[in-house]
Design a protein around this ligand. Structure first.
Ligand SMILES: [Zn+2]
Length: 212
């Protein structure tokens, strides 16, 4: 990943807990007891956060293969004659998951919080970045519901490593392995991943507040 900004989060981007509270109050004082009416009370208003305590986010990342680097993926080291190039350990899967989580919480992206010009993130273990992202969204009251991710790579074969990656990432995020899905695919030798120039990863994250 490469950062494209380093602007600090402004007050206007802080928590929208007020809108959540007002929706809850509206539900509590509603005189209707029908399920349909309760459902309608949670519909979003134009120009505001929905107030619904569940959000989805997506992430995407790419790193280039180079010789002389270790290959880190999903928090584990995988035997390979090449590694991924990056300021951090270049764990493309973790970076995509971080962006999915931050996107779900509407808290910008990984490059915004961890610029690749910072000494602290030079060759950093991306599991540390993922844990910090969990803490960041946690400060706003968000918990991870589940993650679904896909890694695109021509080689090495990744499927044998999926169970270890799931166990590692679930532990870092503090959730069950059942809530971490990792899939591996090739691009049928098409494009930059097909030419083995690099790896890409996609991730979707669902997060929730309170007892949603
Ligand atoms: Zn990255």
């Amino acid at each position: 990943m490469k950062p494209n900004n380093t602007k600090p989060i402004s007050n206007s981007e802080q928590s929208n807990s007020n809108s959540v509270q007002s929706n809850m109050q509206y539900q509590e004082t509603s005189t209707s007891s029908s399920a349909q009416s309760k459902s309608n009370s949670a519909l979003p208003s134009l120009g505001e956060g929905s107030g619904v305590g569940i959000r989805v986010g997506m992430g995407f990342d790419v790193h280039r293969f180079v010789e002389g680097r270790d290959l880190w993926l999903g928090g584990i080291k995988i035997e390979c004659d090449k590694g991924l190039l990056g300021h951090s350990d270049a764990d493309v899967l973790i970076h995509a998951i971080c962006d999915a989580l931050l996107g779900a919480a509407n808290m910008r992206d990984i490059g915004y919080h961890f610029p690749d010009t910072a000494n602290e993130t030079l060759n950093v273990d991306s599991k540390i970045l993922l844990k910090k992202v969990i803490d960041l969204i946690g400060e706003r009251g968000w918990k991870v519901v589940n993650i679904d991710a896909t890694v695109c790579a021509e080689r090495p074969k990744l499927n044998p490593h999926v169970p270890a990656m799931k166990a590692c990432l679930a532990q870092v995020m503090g959730i069950s392995e059942e809530d971490v899905s990792i899939k591996a695919t090739t691009t049928e030798r098409l494009g930059y991943t097909g030419r083995e120039e690099g790896m890409s990863a996609y991730a979707v994250a669902l997060i929730a507040k309170g007892d949603s």
